[in-house]
Design a protein around this ligand. Structure first.
Ligand code: SAM
Ligand code: SF4
Length: 329
């Protein structure tokens, strides 16, 4: 699948639910309205859409959310999608999770062919974790990380840099991940969805994070091999990889290879733009996949060049009204 700018689309991210057991302050407001359950694609339908993408050349699938592990019976989707790994049609099946239910699922995930998981963790302090997530239990995430490691999954930690909230912990996160062999990726807050607060209060450019880290660590730039938005460095002191995703200070759209499916079957061709395609209607209109395939290809032909996120005092409204949990981070 080639988009109008010559980029090959080989990566599909699937938000299997917009619901979550946490309410991270930068992601959601405390009082969220979720999609009614009746509007969700069933797990069988999600498998059908994902499998059509695989048939069209998608090599990497990431299951995300909301919190993907709160979707009932979600392991049956992993089981089903795992068959594409066995045939070699798919290179990678992976997941982004907050880790709270990972202790229960890590071994099953490994069994279905998952090799790597991204776990979101913005702080190493239990009380602060509770404040950021509004009610999360830090110990559960630690158990989840331990279970993932024990199951042989490679763990990457995602940490959102939050001004005045976790900006005194970046060194600790680098040291902690380095000591455990986890890659660590810092993320800038993106202006997505109303959160019941001002993002100017949270936003911290990663150039600042990097400058702070450089006072204690030597971060050596690595050649970009992942094709993703993160720029990686190797930390000389820990030997670990430390990455930076900078949607606001550095635009990474030129090499974008991905599209995103919501739990209701809407396909977003760009995380930061509103244009979308409805795949649920063609999916349900016929038992064969011809209509679905045509709708996917038509959508890819409309993939926009990039996003234009801004967080400053003049732009008080989010760049896109939907939350990250709708399209999946
Ligand atoms: N619940 C899972 C988790 O937290 O890993 C998966 C979904 S979550 C939306 C995916 C990632 O998006 C997380 O790493 C989270 O920190 C990040 N995220 C959520 N809202 C964000 C925002 N407004 N800006 C930047 N990152 C955000
Ligand atoms: Fe839930 Fe993930 Fe959003 Fe936090 S970042 S509220 S864990 S979806």
């Amino acid at each position: 699948m080639l988009d109008p700018f010559g980029r090959t689309v080989s990566y599909l991210r699937v938000s299997v639910t917009d619901r979550c057991d946490l309410r991270c302050v930068y992601c959601m407001s405390e009082d969220m309205t979720f999609v009614p359950r009746a509007e969700l694609l069933s797990l069988e339908e999600l498998d059908r859409v994902c499998s059509e993408f695989v048939a069209l050349g998608v090599k990497k699938l990431r299951i995300t959310g909301g919190e993907p592990l709160v979707r009932r019976n979600v392991m049956s989707l992993f089981d089903a999608l795992g068959r594409h790994l066995k045939t070699g049609a798919l290179d990678e099946l992976t997941l982004t999770t907050n880790g709270t239910h990972l202790a229960r699922y890590a071994a099953d995930l490994a069994r279905t062919g998952v090799k790597r998981v991204n776990i979101s963790l913005d702080t190493l302090r239990p009380d602060r974790f509770k404040a950021i997530t509004r009610w999360g239990d830090f110990a559960k995430v630690m158990d989840g990380i331990e279970a993932a490691t024990a199951a042989g999954l490679k763990v990457k930690i995602n940490a959102v840099a939050l001004k005045g909230i976790n900006d005194d912990e970046f060194d600790d996160l680098v040291a902690w991940c380095g000591a455990r062999g986890h890659d660590l990726v810092f993320i800038e807050v993106m202006p997505m969805g109303e959160i019941g607060g001002d993002r100017n209060d949270q936003y911290m450019p990663l150039s600042m994070v990097r400058a702070r880290l450089s006072q204690r660590f030597t971060l050596m730039p690595l050649a970009d091999t992942t094709g993703g938005p993160a720029r990686y460095t190797r930390c000389a002191e820990t030997g670990g990889r430390v990455g930076f995703i900078t949607p606001l200070t550095h635009n990474f759209c030129e090499s974008c290879n991905r599209v995103r499916l919501t739990c209701t079957g809407t396909l977003y061709m760009c995380l930061g733009q509103g244009d979308a395609a409805d795949l649920r209607t063609p999916l349900r209109r016929s038992e064969g996949n011809a209509l679905l395939r045509a709708a996917i290809l038509e959508a890819i032909s409309r993939k926009p060049k990039g996003h234009d996120f801004i967080i400053d005092r003049r732009s008080q409204t989010p760049a896109v009204p939907r939350h990250m949990s709708v399209t999946g981070g």
